[in-house]
Design a protein around this ligand. Sequence first.
Ligand code: ACM
Ligand code: ZN
Length: 591
Amino acid sequence: MDNAKRGFLVLSLLAAAACGREADGYIFEDVPFSVIPQPASVTLGDGWFELTGADFYVDPAFGDAGVEVARGLADRLCEVSYLRSRVKVGTPRRPAVRLVSGTVTASPDSYRLTVDSTGVTVTASTRSGLLNAVQTLAQMLPASFFDRDTRGQRYRIPYAVIEDSPRFAYRGVLIDVGRHFYSAGEIKRCLDVMALYKVNRFHWHLSEDQGWRIEIKKYPRLTEVGSFRRETQVAHWRDSLDHREHRGFYTQDEIRDVVAYAGARGITVIPEIDLPGHMMSALAAYPELGCTGGPYEVATTWGVKPDVLCAGQEATFTFLEDVLTEVLDLFPSEYINIGGDECPKVRWKECPRCQARIRELGLADRDGHTAEQYLQSYVTNRIQKFLAARGRRIIGWEEILEGDLDEGATIMSWRGIEPGIRAAARGFDAIMAPNYYMYIDRYQTEEWDREPVSIGACLPVELLYSYEPCEGVAEGAEDHIIGVQANLWTEFIGSDDYLEYMLLPRLAALAEVQWEAVGARDWDRFRAALDHSAAIYEAMGYPYGKHVWGIAGMPGEEHPARTPEELEEYLKVRKGPWAMSYEEGKNLIIK
Ligand code: ACM
Ligand code: ZN
């Protein structure tokens, strides 16, 4: 998608919220303080400092990283205003923007932002602290600052003392590029809004039954064969096929470029190679890696597939280690996500090689787990050891808790909160991504007829906002909940616009769940601040859900939202996933 501006139904509303003030003969546009996530402590003063034209001074302690952050903001301010800002290392003599090295809280993400008549002072101990301060500062400016066409504007910000630090160190978003492929440029657009909200982990789901998306030099067929599918299921029935091919993958150069782009915005990219299930695309390319030997096809329909990697043969481990070796070369992230979800055991039960491996390892049904579940633990633990020897740690979906899991693994809880609670109680770190609150592939409202087709169920921004990640976690185990993540699966998300629409504004609510201290969230304050975020989306050309503004549907297909009475009537007759009889819905996707 390019940056074309979109229709703006709520523009007049938002314009009314901002007000113009004249100073030094210039009319400044001032906005109410609307930073998302709301900083931990904000005190606004009486007065304004003009940012445009100010020089930047960087503490030499920051080295190149500080200069780079300062230059990013200074260049943008020059571009929008035509006023010159210089970036210098050292101590300023006149009002300026100063980046000063200092500790604010124990979190490397923390920062202090002080605005007074001497200028702006940003105090932080790390580059990510500086970047967070810059994001706060940017959101204090009018939305036009985010519009790449803006020129000749001057900006000022109110005197303020802001001290800020996040609740969780891991603040993630998953984008599934396996079910649908999005260009590297589109991924960068998503990274831009993640950075805006101080999200600091991008979980890149790169391999799926429906498509392999990362170039692996040693296994060229992964992309030659595995990145292509004949057709795609486009509704909730398996025979709703579009008869059009779908393809796409990232070259290693593109991956490096995206990783660097994310890094420059304070975001670590965590790749996921989902194993040993969700591997149909790899099996189609290398059928000898499956229990039956195939033939296999890159999946064209959704749901869990019975064919998985054969755990009984060494070739599988050679393949995985080779693939991961190239992955490690591309991704500096300490965490590597190895998937582990939805791995049916039907093939392993019948495969002589898998059964021989089970006997050789002395695995048996015990403690409520099957021998085949222990075989998956064997795969997980072996890959964990391989990665640990290379200085990396694994994250896996909650299913890796089944059987025996070696210590040091981190669990992502997705079928609810209970697996995360259980993992934390057992001493594993956990990231909470429960589907009920965090699966942003779900509809944004109950008005499914006014929305593009989605996986089903409903996750409005209000529900996501209400999530408390440590609820039910035993006292003393809270520190094992290291973060929260929203997952954007893409079965039905066949366009960039739709992807962004599903992300926004739920990403803003996610950011507050990830960042705000316990008890600090406030829906009314957040809802008011969302007006400014919406103006920023408009300025940057992102489609977004306008449900909290009383509008349903994607841009171009918008409708006034139903009244509560109309909704009640509609729900009585609604058809669709999870609203059908069993017979009607029995080949429905279950996620
Ligand atoms: C998942 O949603 N299968 C992790
Ligand atoms: Zn096998």
